[in-house]
Ligand binder design. Structure first.
Ligand code: FAD
Ligand code: SF4
Length: 659
């Protein structure tokens, strides 16, 4: 008979407010195998943990049930607690009576009954828990960073500066991401290129960093400490070793297409370097628009290239490397405006997105940094900025706040007043959100020093009116209809997750939320980790952020990677699948469902009567198994079990909850 101790946590009033702890404790005392019950205001506190350790020793407990918050919160903490009292950490069982009980019940009687039920379930399972042991695994001390915006750049530099090797994979021909497109940055108004370019150059020159531009992740296998990743290095059609970056080809290429970097405001050539400070500062041929690749005729770039660097025969290369940890830093897209026809975007050239406006502000942009109307090349004297386009809009856009638009719109209003003397900015807003150091002061500057007029209210329509644009909206503070004739309209577009985020998440076996932003392991306590050990998040791919927050998260991800690499070896997760040979029929349905490729066939020899026969059965690679349990469901004979969650343990829980 097991000697089980049950420890019930109040979690302040989080649990005790909706669950009658005394009643639960009394019920727990009557459960099979329970020899000790105690309660504590905060079980995770030092006092709470000491109480558990003392009770294990004094009452000779051999199994422990803690009824508290979700195991995602403190399972590791409590495993360490029981281990330090001499028990195997897997003798611990958690009954989640907070997230799954007190937080979802208002009625104390129902909450109390459910808490008792959950504890009975945990007690039944704890009685069947076996000792599990982790095994030591080696670590590949090289990190992979996916995405070369400011998040990926910062993470790569920080990891490399601790002395570890890093491969940075960027899918565009150059590093830089969105920050490279910006002009000046709030709240300090320092030039984006001036602070970004040195970091891009540092990446390219760092002896510990290998840079793969025009590249993407094709396949990811393995686990924390030992990932195997296949990278597709797309054919650039330009030999980077030979190319001197002279630019002859760019000038002569006859094929033109809208420039992505310039947000379609101007055209680029089919052979192109995205922007003047690009790293590497060498071109790539965009085969979808190149005349030679589309019609078979041209080769002008090859003819004019003095370095013989053009290589039309170049093919994609697949490179497979080992990595100990991965940082995902793939950033964001701006919201597409297909559903916002009322703002006349795409119908009138002087209605621009905020990113297009950034390019007009930028000295290396299409207008050399002058704010000029695309329609007639004149400087606009009046500009209406419309905030929250595609944000906080459940009906047509994103339900969430894009977090940066209030601040970059204030920046745009300030820069407009500097660049076009005598001009006037009108800002339509729902709320102005300025939560950040010096942000409120920056916003104040927009209307106090630079004369921007802030109008609280939505814009219902933008109409072309002669050479101008008529902006019709409402001022909700006065209730008055507002009609403004302006020279330009700038739409503060929302921040979307990358269109292919879900696809990448699938390759990495991590999750995305309903908006396709990568999900962190815990929103407060593990904002940089994913649920897959060894894969970390940095920047806007996890959710909207400005540059300071992005950089902070990237450095945090780098520290997490360095912490892994500084260990001698890693301990494996012992809750892995195991096959019971005599029950396995060898139909391998488990292999088909395993998302980690952890199951393979194995030929075994068995005695049948007097004869020795061979047959195939399933075999689990414990280093690859992540303990997801998919195989246990697929196995009809019930031959495959997840250690720590065996069929018998689960059935014991079901029996207990049905009592
Ligand atoms: P990104 O800049 O998007 O970089 C991600 C990189 O990953 C890109 O290079 C992309 O090509 C690459 N990538 C994507 N998918 C893959 C893949 N599958 N494989 C390989 N590579 C991939 N913030 C401020 O603090 N101050 C400002 O003044 C400011 N102004 C702004 C103005 C506008 C109009 C906008 C839209 C944003 C502004 N921001 C500002 C916010 C700032 O742009 C972001 O905080 C920052 O760019 C986030 O960097 P990131 O690296 O996370 O993402
Ligand atoms: Fe441009 Fe012609 Fe070279 Fe293609 S082959 S990149 S179209 S110059």
């Amino acid at each position: 008979m097991k000697r089980i101790g049950v420890f019930i946590c109040w979690c302040g009033s989080n649990i005790a407010g909706t669950v009658d702890i005394d009643k639960v404790a009394a019920a727990a005392g009557t459960m099979n195998g329970v020899v000790y019950v105690d309660q504590n205001k905060y079980t995770c506190s030092e006092i709470g943990q000491a109480m558990i350790k003392d009770a294990i020793k004094e009452y000779k407990l051999d199994r422990v049930v803690i009824a508290a918050c979700s195991p995602r919160m403190h399972e590791n903490t409590f495993r360490k607690t029981v281990e330090s009292a001499g028990l195997n950490p897997y003798y611990l069982e958690i009954a989640n009576i907070r997230e799954q009980c007190s937080w979802v019940h208002k009625d104390k009687e129902a909450g109390t009954a459910k808490a008792i039920s959950l504890i009975r379930t945990a007690v039944a399972k704890a009685a069947m828990n076996e000792a599990l042991f982790a095994v030591e695994m080696p670590i590949t001390r090289r990190a992979l960073v996916i995405g070369g915006g400011i998040a990926g750049i910062q993470a790569a530099l920080d990891i490399a500066d601790t002395g570890f090797e890093v491969d940075l994979v960027e899918r565009e021909p150059s590093l830089g991401g969105r920050m490279a497109q910006l002009d000046k940055t709030f709240p300090t108004l320092d030039c984006s290129a001036c602070i970004l370019t040195p970091k891009m150059v540092d990446v390219a020159q760092h002896e510990k960093i290998r840079l793969f531009t025009y590249a993407e992740v094709e396949k990811v296998e393995g686990y924390l400490g030992n990932f195997t990743v296949t990278i597709r290095h797309r054919a650039r059609s330009v030999d980077l070793q030979k190319c001197t970056g002279c630019g002859e080809c760019l000038a002569k290429c006859p094929a033109k297409v809208a420039s992505e970097f310039e947000e379609g405001l101007v055209q680029r050539r089919a052979i192109y370097t995205p922007f003047p400070q690009a790293v590497p500062n060498k071109p790539a041929i965009d085969r979808a628009h190149c005349r030679f690749f589309t019609t078979g005729k041209c080769k002008v770039c090859q003819k004019v290239c003095p370095a013989d660097a053009i290589d039309y025969e170049m093919e994609d290369r697949l490179l497979t490397n080992g990595y100990g940890a991965i940082v995902v830093a793939t950033g964001f897209d701006t919201h597409k405006l297909n559903d916002y026809g009322e703002y006349a975007y795409g119908k009138h050239p002087d209605v621009l997105t905020s990113l297009e406006f950034e390019r007009l502000l930028n000295a290396s942009g299409p207008t050399g940094g002058k704010i000029l109307r695309p329609s007639d090349g004149k400087a606009p004297k009046t500009v209406a900025f419309i905030q929250c386009v595609g944000s906080r809009d459940k009906a047509k856009g994103n339900s969430y706040c894009a977090k940066i638009c209030c601040m970059y719109t204030a920046k745009h209003a300030i820069l407009l007043s500097e660049k076009v003397p005598g001009s006037k900015a009108f800002v339509f807003y729902i709320d102005v959100r300025t939560a950040g150091k010096d942000y409120e002061e920056f916003y104040t500057r927009a209307y106090e020093e630079c004369g921007a007029s802030y109008i609280k209210g939505n814009v219902s329509k933008v109409f072309p009116e002669g050479e101008k644009l008529l902006v019709r909206g409402v001022d909700v503070l006065s209730g008055a209809l507002v009609e403004l004739l302006v020279d330009m309209v700038v739409l503060a577009v929302s921040v979307d997750a990358r269109a292919d985020a879900k696809e990448l998440a699938k390759k990495l076996a991590v999750t995305v939320n309903e908006h396709k932003f990568f999900t962190e392991a815990h929103p407060k306590l593990r904002p940089v980790d994913t649920q897959t050990a060894g894969i970390f998040l940095a920047g806007v791919c996890q959710g909207p952020k400005d540059i300071p927050e992005t950089v902070a998260q990237a450095s945090a991800a780098a520290v997490k990677v360095a912490a892994i690499f500084s260990k001698q070896s890693l301990l494996s997760n012992p809750t892995v699948a195991e096959v019971e040979q005599k029950l396995c029929s060898g139909d391998m349905s488990c292999m088909a469902v395993c998302p980690y490729g952890a199951i393979s066939e194995q030929v075994v020899e068995e005695r049948r009567g007097r004869e020795m026969v061979t047959r195939k059965i399933a075999r689990v690679n414990v280093a690859l198994c992540q303990g997801c349990g998919a195989c246990t469901v697929a196995c009809r004979p019930g031959a495959i079990n997840l250690k720590g969650f065996t069929n018998q343990q689960i059935l014991a829980e079901v029996d207990a909850i049905c009592l």
